[in-house]
Design a protein around this ligand. Structure first.
Ligand SMILES: Cc1cc2nc3c(=O)[nH]c(=O)nc-3n(C[C@H](O)[C@H](O)[C@H](O)COP(=O)(O)OP(=O)(O)OC[C@H]3O[C@@H](n4cnc5c(N)ncnc54)[C@H](O)[C@@H]3O)c2cc1C
Length: 383
């Protein structure tokens, strides 16, 4: 958007656009919440067979090894056609973490099924008493010879009830001080005996996340990633990936498109005051794309993101909420309808994306927590 394609990129864009037009089922376009696995995973697997499921992964691990600009082209084209949100815990979170911190055996076992979509991953960080204050987590993993015994529970686990595996933070040394020095990062097979999973329905009406209970679950010691009691370092590297992933401009681009369709349908597009707000929103989406590309470039250069990921997370998530507020304004009286609104240019969901966008300033670390990070690490303010 803020740059011009080279001839090679332009031809890649044409290829992506026409392939998506031919292959993305109509029923999966412009969905405002994530479709259930039975609908979504065949699409994931189609992208995988094409070799496009992991543009940012190196080829040696089954990725596309795409350049930064090719990744941006894909993001823009997926947004343009209204492609659905994929499950990202494998692709964006545990995959890159295993490439950096996992053993060769762990990489061999777990990376291929992420690429081919045969295994779905969940993230087990949050607990009822440990969200923003993650270091207070209490799920206990006791090392007993060649295995851990896990007891406790996790909450807000995205797609927990659809997942096969979970990467989890567990307390392996209850006496350690500071508290984060007693935490380890382990991989748990969610089909193990002693696990109970209960879905939670959100305000937007989707059962996006779940509670997961562990009752003396046996986990092989070889499922420890990195060293014992060194999970906090890995957890933080992963949070950088997560903050970046949640700020993908694909969602803002799709929201902007929805506003334009709705504003044309209701006629508010002709209102100069609305045009001003739409122009400001478009500029901010362009700014987000630029910030996101910069952050991706740092990651591609193998720099772990520091406070940059907090800046992009705050800007991207708060922008998405403001875009959905503008969508409400564009829809006028139709905004109160729970059902999608019919327009000449097709149906537009208004209420659901508005409700959906409430969550984005919470997950991956809330806006308040990101501001705390910036206050401490960039502005050097006292904790
Ligand atoms: C849609 C969604 C999906 C999620 N998926 C996952 C997942 O897959 N895996 C997982 O582990 N977790 C997941 N989470 C959980 C998420 O990471 C937590 O909700 C988040 O970290 C906040 O924790 P909490 O809900 O316990 O709120 P709390 O930590 O109790 O915070 C409540 C409020 O207080 C504010 N607050 C807390 N501490 C401070 C402070 N020190 N300074 C200023 N303000 C503060 C917070 O910003 C927030 O507004 C998900 C959440 C959502 C909404």
């Amino acid at each position: 958007m803020f740059r011009h394609d080279t001839p090679a990129e332009a031809s890649f864009r044409t290829e992506v656009r026409s392939w998506l037009e031919a292959n993305l089922p109509g029923s999966l376009r412009d969905r405002t919440t994530r479709p259930p696995p039975v609908e979504l995973m065949p699409w994931y697997q189609t992208l995988s067979r094409k070799g496009w499921i992991a543009p940012h992964w190196p080829r040696q691990h089954g990725g596309m090894g795409a350049t930064l600009n090719e990744q941006i082209v894909m993001t823009e084209e997926l947004a343009r056609i209204g492609a659905p949100h994929l499950p990202v815990q494998g692709l964006n979170h545990i995959g890159p973490i295993l490439m950096e911190f996992g053993s060769e055996a762990q990489q061999k076992k777990h990376l291929p099924p992420i690429i081919d979509g045969s295994v779905i991953w969940a993230q087990g960080y949050s607990e009822p008493g440990a969200g923003s204050d993650l270091a207070s987590l209490a799920t206990r993993a006791t090392l007993n010879g060649d295995h851990f015994v896990v007891k406790g529970s996790k909450i807000w686990t995205t797609w927990g009830h659809h997942s096969d595996w979970m990467f989890a933070l567990v307390r392996t040394d209850p006496d350690a001080q500071p508290r984060h020095a007693g935490i380890s990062f382990i991989l748990i097979d969610l089909h193990s005996p002693g696990i109970r999973i209960r879905p939670i329905v959100t305000i937007a009406g989707d059962d996006e996340f779940a509670e997961v209970f562990f009752d003396d679950v046996v986990v092989p010691a070889e499922n420890l990633v990195g060293k014992l009691n060194d999970g906090w370092r890995i957890a933080n590297a992963l949070l950088g990936h997560e903050r970046l992933g949640t700020s993908n401009p694909q969602f803002a681009l799709q929201a902007l498109e929805r506003i334009k369709v709705m504003a044309r349908a209701t006629g508010i597009i002709a209102d100069p005051a609305f045009q001003d707000r739409l122009a400001a929103a478009s500029i901010n989406v362009t700014a987000l794309s630029a910030m996101f590309s910069h952050a991706v470039e740092l990651t591609n250069n193998e720099r772990s993101l520091g406070p940059e990921s907090s800046v992009v997370k705050i800007f991207g998530s708060e922008l998405l909420q403001s875009l959905n507020e503008l969508l409400i304004e564009a829809a006028g009286g139709h905004a109160a309808m729970e059902e999608p609104v019919a327009t000449n240019a097709g149906v537009v969901d208004v209420a659901v994306p508005f409700l959906f966008s409430r969550r984005v300033t919470i997950y991956g670390g809330s806006s308040e927590i990101q501001r705390n990070v910036l206050a401490r690490r960039v502005l050097n303010l006292p904790a």
